[in-house]
Structures are given as structure tokens and as C-alpha cells.
Design a binder for this molecule. Structure first.
Ligand SMILES: O=C(O)CCC(=O)C(=O)O
Ligand SMILES: [Fe+2]
Length: 336
């Protein structure tokens, strides 16, 4: 059922920029049937409104969380911690159930293209319907929940099922692949988007289309000890000092995530306002975001930010050149 062709786009992009996209990941027929099944499950009330925990400063000065719903976004987890969940959705969705049952086929294809991922388990799978009217996701990483002890989640895969998506409908998943330029990816039918669960910041822009925006999210476990995206590819293409800073950040994913709060401070704030209704809790979350952003910023040497502001975002080198370049230099990745 999966028809992912990994030769469509340069493979090294996943390792270098932390994301990769391809078209036609399933047949038109499968896409249409699965979309209908997910919309039918939603119509039957089997999906629940999606929520996010907003980090806020509590009255006692501590850091706490309040859950806020994301208007117009509905979801159901079909696999949780590697086990089937929400059987009602699967019972009435035979094509979706078959597609999920064949996730091993997708994993095999991905492992053949990127052997260093060593994907060995589908940890979580979710279906989502965004009913429009501006439904959005704030900037986030797809870190496993704190409750999932020992989770080895490394890769996020998003499959879009929206044959009627049109330019202007919004709902693009915007990838923020520091230090590269932001990339809005339209949720086009049969498009598969892959990225690093723990280090690729992303959001969903407000969706205003007339038909539901449907997607399937898959989270895979794999080899957590291989830095992904890689500390950096051969560096002649980019400024050496900026490369060094990026390399250091990429070797410490928690620091990279903290750094993103500074680098993407305003985009993150805007994405929170896009995704949630105005409320005191949202204001508190925005206040904490900027407080934490300033705390991280105070730990960064001003010259570091100056260098990065001068050199970033790194420009993409034309793909033809990049492919032959990396073929020649592929040995440099060994043992990283
Ligand atoms: O709907 C999308 O395109 C992505 C959703 C997402 O980022 C998530 O569920 O974590
Ligand atoms: Fe996400």
C-alpha cells in the first residue's frame, strides 16, 4: 500500500536539514478511501478536540501547565506506546487499518534509504481532522510525552490526504530547520513529510479551507545515538564560525531546542496566538515564553548571535551540485 519513492528528492537533506518530503506516498485510491474513513470517524464523534499544555508561571512563582484546546482540530490516537488504541476507529476503517498494519513496509523503505535511522517500532500513530476556521498548531517539537519513559522516538512522518487543498487555504506545516530557511509545506494529497521528532521545530499555519484538512501522523522509534540532523555536513559551503556554532548546538539537542526559543521568539509567539483563543492563560504562556527566551539569551555570548545573524539562514546550494558533492564526501559521515 505504501508507495514511497525515496529517490524523488535528495536523501541527504534529511540528515543535513532534518526534514524531507515526497509525493505519491500512497495511491490515489488509497488516499481517497482513507480520507473518507477518517472523515466518517470524525462525523461519528470518534475524534476528540486536540489540546496542548501551555507552560505558564504559577502564582507561587513555580512553572506549571494549563491545558487549552486548539479550536477546529480533532484527533484520535490509533497506536500509543506501540500498542493499538481507539479500536472503534480502526473497526470502521478497514483501509486505514490495513495501511497502519503495513507500517513495517514503510519502515523498511525508510531504513533502506537512511540506514542510520534504524527504525524498529511504530511508537504512536494519530489521525487528525482540521475543520477549518483557522485551526492551527503552535511551534513545537514532537518530543515523546514525559510519561513515555525510555521512549526512543526519532522520526515523525506526516501523510496528507487532501485532494481538494488549494493555494490560499492555509494549513501548511511550516518547518523551521535552523540554520536553514523556513519552509512552508502545503498539505497536498499523498504528500509524505519526514522530520526529526526531537530537533525539528514546526507549526501548522491557520487552515481556512472549506473541506476538512486530513492527515495521519506516525512517530517511529530508532537509533537515538546518531545525531539527527547531523552536526553539519562538509562546511566549505557555509561560514566556518557559524558552522561551528551550529555543530555545537546540534550535538546537544536540549540546547538546540532552548536556542530555538531565542532564534524563533516572535514566530513562536505568533504561532501561539494563531492556535489558541485569546485568554488569560494564553497571555500567561506568552509572558513565560518571552521570560524563558530572555533567560536563554542571557546565556549566549552576544558575538555568537552576531555571527549567526550575519550568516543565517544558510542558503541551499543547487541540488545537482549538492548531490555530486555529497557523493564525493560521503565518507565524512562515517562514524559520526
Ligand atoms: O497537522 C500537521 O501537519 C502536523 C501536526 C503536528 O505537528 C502534530 O500533531 O504534532
Ligand atoms: Fe508536531
Amino acid at each position: 500500500m505504501w508507495e514511497v519513492d525515496c529517490s524523488q528528492a535528495p536523501r541527504e537533506k534529511l540528515r543535513e536539514q532534518g526534514f524531507w518530503t515526497c509525493e505519491g506516498a500512497v495511491s490515489e485510491e488509497t488516499a481517497s478511501e482513507v480520507r473518507q474513513e477518517i472523515l466518517a470517524a470524525h462525523a461519528a464523534g470518534l475524534l476528540t478536540q486536540s489540546g496542548n499544555v501551555l507552560a505558564v508561571r504559577l502564582h507561587d512563582g513555580g512553572r506549571g501547565g494549563v491545558t487549552r484546546e486548539k479550536p477546529n482540530v480533532f484527533e484520535a490516537d490509533l497506536v500509543l506506546a506501540g500498542a493499538a488504541s481507539c479500536p472503534k476507529v480502526l473497526q470502521q476503517s478497514p483501509v486505514l487499518a490495513a495501511l497502519l498494519a503495513q507500517e513495517g513496509m514503510l519502515r523498511k523503505t525508510l531504513n533502506e534509504s537512511w540506514p542510520w535511522l534504524v527504525l524498529d517500532r511504530l511508537e504512536q500513530a494519530k489521525v487528525q481532522v482540521n475543520s477549518g476556521n483557522g485551526g492551527a498548531f503552535p511551534c513545537h517539537f514532537d518530543l515523546p510525552s514525559a510519561a513515555a519513559k525510555g521512549a526512543r522516538r526519532v522520526l515523525t512522518a506526516l501523510l496528507y490526504l487532501n485532494s481538494d487543498w488549494r493555494e490560499g487555504d492555509g494549513g501548511e506545516v511550516e518547518i523551521l530547520p535552523f540554520p536553514f530557511p523556513d519552509v512552508p509545506v502545503a498539505p497536498c494529497d499523498r504528500r509524505l513529510v519526514l522530520f526529526s521528532s526531537c530537533t525539528t521545530l514546526h507549526r501548522v499555519r491557520p487552515y481556512t479551507g472549506a473541506c476538512g484538512r486530513v492527515c495521519i501522523n506516525l512517530w517511529f522509534e530508532g537509533e537515538v545515538s546518531v545525531p539527527f540532523p547531523a552536526p553539519l555536513p562538509p562546511c566549505e559551503r557555509y561560514d566556518a564560525q557559524a558552522c561551528k556554532i551550529v555543530r555545537i548546538l546540534r550535538q546537544q539537542p536540549a540546547e538546540l531546542r532552548a536556542f530555538c526559543k531565542v532564534w524563533y521568539a516572535n514566530t513562536m509567539a505568533e504561532s501561539l496566538r494563531d492556535a489558541f483563543e485569546p485568554s488569560e492563560e494564553l497571555d500567561a504562556a506568552l509572558a513565560l515564553h518571552f521570560e524563558e527566551m530572555r533567560a536563554v539569551e542571557s546565556r549566549i555570548a552576544p558575538t555568537t548571535l552576531e555571527v549567526l545573524r550575519e550568516c543565517l539562514p544558510f542558503k541551499e546550494t543547487p541540488l545537482v551540485l549538492r548531490e555530486s558533492e555529497t557523493a564525493d564526501l560521503s565518507g565524512l559521515f562515517d562514524g559520526m
